[in-house]
Write a protein that binds this ligand. Sequence first.
Ligand code: C5P
Length: 402
Amino acid sequence: MGELSVLAGRSIVLGVSGGIAAYKSVELLRLLSSQDARVRVAMTKNAARFVGPVLFEALSGQPVYMDMWRENHEIRHIDWAREADLVILAPATANLVGKMACGLADDALSTLLLAVTAPILVCPSMNTHMFENPRVQDNLKRLSDTGLHVMAPGSGFLACGDTGPGRLPDPADIADRAAALLCEKDLSGLKVLVTAGPTREPLDPVRFLSNPSSGKMGFALARAAEHRGAEVVLVSGPVQLADPLGVKVVRVTTAREMADAVFAEAKDADMVLKAAAVSDFRPKTCAAHKEKKNKADTNLRLARNPDILKELGKEKSDKVLVGFAAETRKLAAYASSKLEEKNLDMIVANLVGEAGSGFGSDTNKVSVFYRDGYSEDLDLMTKDQVAHAVLDRAARYLPQAE
Ligand code: C5P
């Protein structure tokens, strides 16, 4: 049983106007198509000076809409607007923003935009001084005030040589906001707490005990819960991943720091998903200075770390508790005993070392064990898809679902 991505089968119009960042909309198109969205490109004639329509046609497999006067009996601006589940304007130039703010329709894209009733995601991209110009700011505000979704531009060195805000948001972030806009908000009003990544337990100032957890599963859970409307707090050990948009991220290093952050945030959480690979032990002492290798051998004394999830299980009440277990053998036996010992609703387990699964991978193949003794094996999926599948199942344990 495979899970579909939120974007799968959704009809998206990608509106491209004439900014230097038009080349990045090619990457955006690729990202959306890779999640099985049906993307059609409407572009301005100035955009075609930067990127030719042939490239968009080849990548989308659909005709590009640029010229209103070359249509054969179709009223494309109305048809495309009617069929769209979402419109993304990337890049949205100052001119396009201004035209939309005034309700002008003098070419294919701007005319189509007036007929759209689906959500419109506006991704501004322009020179910093243009972006900061009060007239452009007024226009952007007017778009927000009338229900359009305006993304903040990125900041940095721009192609024109200036530095500051005005850069097209990262295509991955635009695709993320697209998924958020199209996602059903079944977790709105709920607080979801997620943990991710490894912990590091210091031996001395330069060495630590840890594990190879990448944090990808926990970050995918946090993103998915945010897309579904939850207030999300992500407590993460050291990982190389950027903060998911719209999520409060608390970065920690050791298991004890993770415990403190989790206990503080768990009080009013409705659901806790503990995807972190917490170190069960820490060195009993941490040397003040770097240990030298002059001894032939040495003993390492370890102390137990708090079992964060087990502590939460002791005061569970109607909080939904979901554990994760990475095992190298006896998956069902170990997962079921952890489920019971920690008083969980569900535990998501995977065998480390299976192809496409576990630490660092973008995909995962998991089995889910439930508190009533039932279990199911899910197909190999991307971690984003696993995240939604896990949330679907965890949501059944929410008090309001019973
Ligand atoms: O390490 P173990 O297999 O027991 O992990 C199962 C679950 O318990 C995971 O969800 C993990 O995040 C959690 N855990 C924890 N604190 C620990 C060890 C594990 O919260 N010290």
